[in-house]
Ligand binder design. Structure first.
Ligand code: CS2
Ligand code: MG
Length: 427
């Protein structure tokens, strides 16, 4: 009897000296809000940046990186992005979750930045090249009453936005997600920054029935004022039960929304079957998701129209690209999360990926403050309603240590909500 020779184990070649990860630093700064950044430096001094910001839980990710990931990175091959992703995901044994996946995202993004700088190309070129000239972006209009809201929409159109998210106050509810507390007339911006620099989460109130009574009328007014063509979006921010979400979707059909976002908490993916049976309003979900498995039923059963994940909270460019590719099988498009709690590094990564993907849909844009942009200098542009990541090698973002040092970490929590009888509700 002859024996078949078995393959000997084969190791990947040792990294070239210049590609070895020489240092990995975790940088925490608070230029108007907290950001956590990973900076990787290679043997020959190339630098890559990754965003690890998790709003309200920033230091958990900083510790995860500093205490458990950085010691594993030094000496590894910076070129092996997929292998590093799989190593960090699988060797932890305890998989998934926002902290773990934000940490992996930062490593992954920093390594893509390094690889693209090494290649001398903007990252989108490595991802397949541009599929379009620019990324349609939507801005955040809001108002404490209808005149203020219409004003806010106008201001966004003046700033160049060609798609607008509409959030409104609700009579009988004191504070509503997405509504800026200061009007422009007093110098305030409508861009909503919900995290409060407070030692405990601020309490807000909520009443779903009052909300459902009010919102369709507001959309009727906005549609009448701005005509049929302007893409209008709305964020339900996880507040409704499935049957309530179904009702709102149906009530908004005459106003032709681009999407209704987070109409119900989606941990229970099957709930979306009920919503879908009742409405043709397009649905967007996923900003709080962190892996492909969170989307499994939603994609396979075509229960949503837009994937809302971000590079920062979904395990990096590597993982989000796979989710987008899975979505493409079902003609589902992307609408990546882009609030200011994603740093300019995380945003740049989203822009490079969005430019390259065929099934890009729209990009959320909440402009960062001038102070934030002094720390993170970025090559991205916003013109004529479109974002573009620029053509510098890598992500096109540099980190200014001196500017960052002036803004130490400050504890900040997101608010939470209670119903009028005192019950804690989804915020
Ligand atoms: C939001 C976010 O942008 C959005 O759609 O839902 O503003 C969200 O509230 C924040 O990212 C929370 O940190
Ligand atoms: Mg949202």
């Amino acid at each position: 009897m002859s024996t078949t020779p078995l393959a000997e184990p084969i190791a990947a070649p040792a990294p070239h000296e210049r590609d070895t990860i020489a240092a990995a630093e975790v940088l925490v700064t608070s230029p108007d809000r907290n950001f956590v950044t990973l900076r990787i430096t290679t043997g020959d001094g190339l630098v890559g940046l990754g965003d690890a910001t998790l709003n309200g839980r920033e230091l958990a990710v900083a510790s995860y990186l500093r205490d458990h990931v950085v010691p594993l990175l030094v000496g590894r091959d910076a070129q092996r992005i997929e292998d590093t992703w799989q190593f960090l995901y699988r060797s932890a044994y305890w998989r998934r979750g926002p902290v773990t996946m934000a940490a992996i995202a930062a490593v992954d993004t920093a390594l893509w930045d390094v690889k693209a700088r090494r290649a001398g190309m903007p990252l989108y070129q490595l991802l397949g090249g541009a599929s379009r000239g620019g990324l349609l972006a939507y801005g955040h209009a809001s108002g404490r009453d209808v005149p203020e809201l219409l004003d806010s929409v106008r201001r966004h159109l003046d700033e160049g936005f060609r798609a607008i998210r509409v959030q409104t106050s609700v009579p009988g509810v004191r504070t509503v997600y997405g509504v800026a507390s200061q009007p422009t007339s007093t110098g305030g911006r409508y861009d909503y920054e919900p995290a409060q620099r407070a030692l405990v989460p601020v309490e807000e109130d909520w009443d779903t029935r009052a909300y459902l009574r009010h919102v369709p009328g507001v959309f009727e007014t906005v549609r009448n004022e701005f005509g049929p063509a302007l893409p209008l979006l709305h964020d339900g921010h996880h507040r409704m039960r499935p049957i309530e979400a179904a009702r709102l979707g149906k009530a908004l059909e005459p106003y032709d929304l681009f999407w209704l976002e987070d109409c119900t908490p989606a941990e229970n993916q099957e709930a979306l079957r009920l919503v879908r049976q009742h409405t043709t309003t397009p649905l967007a979900i996923g900003e709080v998701f962190n892996t492909a498995w969170d989307y499994q039923t939603l994609l396979r059963e075509q229960l949503i129209d837009y994937v809302r994940g971000s590079v920062t909270h979904t395990g990096g460019v590597t993982a989000l690209r796979k989710i987008a590719d899975q979505a493409a099988v079902y003609q589902i498009r992307t609408g990546f999360h882009g609030p200011t709690d994603i740093s300019p590094v995380g945003m740049a990564a989203a822009l490079h990926l969005g430019l390259a993907l065929h099934n890009f849909g729209i990009q959320e844009l909440m402009p960062h403050s001038p102070r934030t942009l002094e720390v993170f200098r970025t090559s991205s542009t916003f013109t004529g309603g479109y974002l573009h990541p620029g053509d510098e090698p890598g992500l096109g973002v540099t980190y200014d240590d001196e500017a960052a040092a002036a803004h130490p970490y400050e504890p900040a929590y997101l608010p939470y909500a209670r119903l009028h009888d005192g019950t804690v509700h989804d915020w």
